[in-house]
Design a protein around this ligand. Structure first.
Ligand code: HEM
Length: 149
């Protein structure tokens, strides 16, 4: 099932993004790109801000993947209402998270904003995990159905 692979890929890239975010924070390079949305050299990655550049690029990719996952979850006739709702919450959260990223930069890593950024990332992960598990359950049930002869 396409949605099984898609939701798992979205979950994996989101996990990687949270990991990279943690690294940005703990290595103190959060303001190496002091502008938003692009870094000082525009779309060109440079050694001085490569980690933060990577965080933003992966965030943009994750955003697209979360929306594609929502699209296919809503379109599927097999997914439950709660799964569809989780995918919509995830899409809203990813927009919120990227917007919040801008405030984190503008407000020069204000502690409250960074903490909310972490919390929102975790709720986003929970929503995509819910979608992934639900979709996986559907595929399993499909495989277990006896074949009618
Ligand atoms: C889906 C999108 C995103 C997710 C899931 C995400 C997740 C995270 C996580 C988990 C952290 C670590 C926080 C901590 O350890 O306290 C982090 C740090 C950070 N994020 Fe994001 N992020 C996203 C998008 C963005 C965007 C678009 C920007 C900026 C344009 C951004 C800027 C930052 C910065 C500057 C830090 C480091 C904060 C510090 O130095 O303490 N993030 N992110």
């Amino acid at each position: 099932m396409l949605l099984t692979r898609l939701s798992f890929s979205t979950l994996s890239i989101l996990f990687a993004l949270i990991f990279i975010g943690g690294y940005v924070s703990s290595s103190g390079v959060g303001l190496s790109c002091p502008e938003w949305p692009l870094c000082p050299a525009g779309l060109v990655p440079m050694r001085e801000f490569i980690i933060e550049y990577f965080h933003r690029t992966v965030a943009a990719t994750t955003g697209i993947m979360v929306f594609v996952t929502m699209f296919f979850t809503l379109r599927s006739q097999e997914t439950k209402r709660s799964t569809k709702i989780a995918s919509m919450i995830a899409a809203a959260l990813v927009v919120g998270q990227i917007t919040l990223g801008a405030f984190v930069i503008v407000e020069k890593l204000h502690a409250v904003l960074v903490t909310v950024h972490l919390g929102m990332g975790l709720i986003l992960f929970l929503m995509i995990l819910t979608v992934t598990l639900d979709v996986n359950q559907i595929s399993k049930t499909r495989l277990q159905k006896p074949v009618q002869i």
